[in-house]
Design a protein around this ligand. Sequence first.
Ligand SMILES: Cc1cc2nc3c(=O)[nH]c(=O)nc-3n(C[C@H](O)[C@H](O)[C@H](O)COP(=O)(O)OP(=O)(O)OC[C@H]3O[C@@H](n4cnc5c(N)ncnc54)[C@H](O)[C@@H]3O)c2cc1C
Length: 246
Amino acid sequence: MVQWISGKVVENYRWSESVFSLRVIAEPFHFKAGQFVRLGLTDGTEQLLRAYSLASAPGDTVLDFIIAKVNAGELSPRLAKLQPGDAVNITQPASGFFTLDEVPDGDNLWMLATGTGIGPFISMLRTDKPWQRFQRINLVHGVRHAADLVYQQQIQQWQQQHPGQLGYQPVITRETIPGSLQRRIPQLIADGQLETALDCHLSDCSQVMLCGNPDMIAESRTVLASRGLAKNTRRKPGNVTAENYW
Ligand SMILES: Cc1cc2nc3c(=O)[nH]c(=O)nc-3n(C[C@H](O)[C@H](O)[C@H](O)COP(=O)(O)OP(=O)(O)OC[C@H]3O[C@@H](n4cnc5c(N)ncnc54)[C@H](O)[C@@H]3O)c2cc1C
């Protein structure tokens, strides 16, 4: 039996046609940055539940979820229609091991996301942990269209607050926008463009976190392994920690 608490939508902020931030208040609960809960809506007598990463930081009064509307999907189009005051169920407890506690120390931390896979990284960057643990953090966000580049102002603020510590590289595959790269993330790792753009070297002193599209994750893992960066597990600490969204 799933345990859940009731949440109330306070804002449904639309970043683009297909990406929105659902902001929800609920009784406070414990989670670590990078973890996820399941959001649910009642469909007749059944709950329709899907996993969503928390993009807010632990302790924030409003829970923040960055969600892609999958047009043929069952739940996300319904979440996209929610308005302030609407109810949404939240499963308990928060789960997942895609947290900085699972990541060994290193010189630099690479946060590589596609689409709404940036959510857990936004949550982590909202805490002190990555800033205290890593001299350099590189946030890479791959999207199809520039409109899907969420939280750019917040990212710029972090860059000003932590001079030289945060590199940010947008990757836009279907538009040519100055300052962004255009190829897929695994190709950009393979040909060295990502390291050049961010002026930071990927080495066995790097920690890499990957989140989002499973193809990006699988292909990036292969390229990183060829560079000597191994999968990180609890049993065998390595350099690459990942979370697939489907
Ligand atoms: C641990 C975990 C955390 C997740 N966190 C998030 C999150 O923070 N934000 C989020 O948008 N999604 C997240 N997801 C995906 C989410 O759980 C749903 O799968 C997604 O919202 C689609 O649900 P649906 O009912 O609309 O579609 P379904 O009817 O369940 O169709 C699923 C299909 O939708 C596609 N899909 C799933 N997720 C995405 C996505 N994010 N972008 C594009 N296509 C997708 C895939 O092709 C998948 O096979 C997460 C998944 C996991 C496993």
